[in-house]
Write a protein that binds this ligand. Sequence first.
Ligand code: 6PG
Length: 243
Amino acid sequence: MIKIFADAEQLNRFAAEKFVEIAVEAVEKNGSCVVALAGGSTPKAFYQLLASEKYKNEIDWTKTIFFFGDERNVAPDSDESNFRMANENLFAPLKINDANIFRWQTELKDAKKIAGDYEDSIKAFFALFEKEFPKFDLILLGMGDDGHTASLFPHTEALREKDKIAVANPVGKLNTTRLTLTFPAINNARNVIFLVKGADKAATVRAVLQEDLQPEKFPSQAISPTNGELWWLIEKDAARFLQ
Ligand code: 6PG
């Protein structure tokens, strides 16, 4: 489902309503709502809105569990950290219990160890069998102007991972190793929501959604929940090339 919004404010409000709807249903059905958060800058205002007077009482935060779709290999208090951004704009304002937050333990420094430990924590939390993938109630994603999502960047090895849930992914162009959930883990979710804004992404949005399928070049094209709902929430400047 693609929805286009006049501005980021309206996009965030729709996303907040959707978040509430998914969370209330998940808690009613399964007793909890398990979310993987997006990083980057786009979701910041959305997290602030969720934590605002308008929405914060709509959700049972004691039954909401937070994971992260990806992370940079930096300290949790680094201004590059996706955990830090979520902590400052969502967890701290809502006083989320630490036990409800599963972050990538980047203080371990070694990317492969961080990813292996994170995969183990996901397997334990979801009580997964061998080769079983987690079923998140909601995975929030952003998209870079190169078509990456989470830390699944064009032409990187993580794009071809079919068995693991969480991996360390060397990203040559950033000269770093990122940490990310894999396509099979993301595509097993009940709901996936992309939040995309900014004129600089318009050409990529068009390529990803309306041009040839080239997931190595545009990894966001490979996000396709096998048995779940996919929402693209796009602010109008980022949607201006869509037919
Ligand atoms: C990250 C994100 C990444 C992000 C896109 C868009 O760790 O950076 O997970 O996938 O969603 O890069 O970033 P902006 O929202 O800052 O444009």
